[in-house]
Ligand binder design. Sequence first.
Ligand SMILES: Nc1ncnc2c1ncn2[C@@H]1O[C@H](COP(=O)(O)OP(=O)(O)O)[C@@H](O)[C@H]1O
Ligand SMILES: [Mg+2]
Length: 402
Amino acid sequence: MGSLSVLGFDAPGDLYITSELDRRPARDADPLREKLALQDLAAKMADNPEEMLPRFVDLAMELTGGISAGLSLYEENPSPGVFRWRYLRGALAPFENATTPRNFSPCGITLDQNKPVLSHHPERFYNWISDAHIEVPEVLLVPLYIGGDEPLGTLWIVSDKEGHFDKGHARVATELASFAGTALRMLRAEQALQKALAEQETLTREMGHRIRNLFAIAEGMVRITARTAENKEDMAKMLTGRFHALASAHGLVRRSFSTGEDNRITDLCTLLQTVVEPHEGVRHGAPSRFSISGPAISCGPHAINGIALIFHELATNAAKYGALQADDGHVTIAWDKVADDMVFRWVEKGGPEIVSAPQVSGFGSKLLQDTVLRQFGGQFDHNWQPAGLAVTISLPVNSLSA
Ligand SMILES: Nc1ncnc2c1ncn2[C@@H]1O[C@H](COP(=O)(O)OP(=O)(O)O)[C@@H](O)[C@H]1O
Ligand SMILES: [Mg+2]
């Protein structure tokens, strides 16, 4: 037996015997039965593509006399990607969700060749098959098109007999793969729609939360300004200035589920100043209510958005419940790099005394948690000291460039 080079590795010469498919005439084709079975499944597909997928795989196994079959779906990240085994039927069903290497598998070869492929005892060559103690006398693979011209997976059928698969089987499998590809495309479109709807729902809830907070802040501003303004004109001028600052701070917190949004500001210090600006002191010439300090850091647009959201939440709460309620309340914001994290400290002083940690948490707490944990993969800690709230937030440094 000669040998063959697959990606520079020496492989048995009869590892791929695709040309056999042409030499073996179709033996047990039953076109009428095939047609009826397909028509039946296709008619049901529109209602429930997910339920149809295992049935297409079943049919592939049945019509070709295989002992097991399944789909391998390509996942491109991390490069060079893997195939994930889905909708497995028959003997290999316990391997549902297993992955196989993109560039070291019969599926990869099928994608590269973009046509049906027949392999003979692939476990002799691919150690991940023999490691799983699977014996594969023959496997027939056909490309699966999920949209576009490039196949994004395969439909495969395993036989327990050598010399089993023929030209007719390759044709039936190709036909079934085309239906399975359509069902997958429908399923993915449906999932994308569900995701978009869920994001819409989140946005709507966030919007409601922000509007409620906005009114609370505006009300506080009117109250404080009325206390300190000397006359109507003075009050109007001060309030207008603060509302403008509030609008700029809000403009920074743009929630976008798609990437590539540009907030223009990239420097952390400028960002934090803009976020807290609406809460600055009302009295002319009064010292700033904020101490902001830390090393200069440039952040990516996604990170800027998230950090603006976090500090906007903290500032809003400080104005509603904490240090910024009092005229001489003060907030210190400082950050520093500690190992692989950027650690931020938010410390309030001079507000009402905190007797105990709050029993209830609102939507703001959830938003903070979502942003710190999920967007940045970071951590936070609230310390409810009598003198005021102190919050520590650690964000991985590499998450700041996103
Ligand atoms: N800076 C703060 N100082 C004192 N109490 C605070 C502060 N921030 C939040 N709290 C308390 O924590 C609770 C939860 O806050 P949050 O989840 O933002 O909800 P919401 O702002 O919608 O009430 C608040 O109701 C308040 O009692
Ligand atoms: Mg809040």
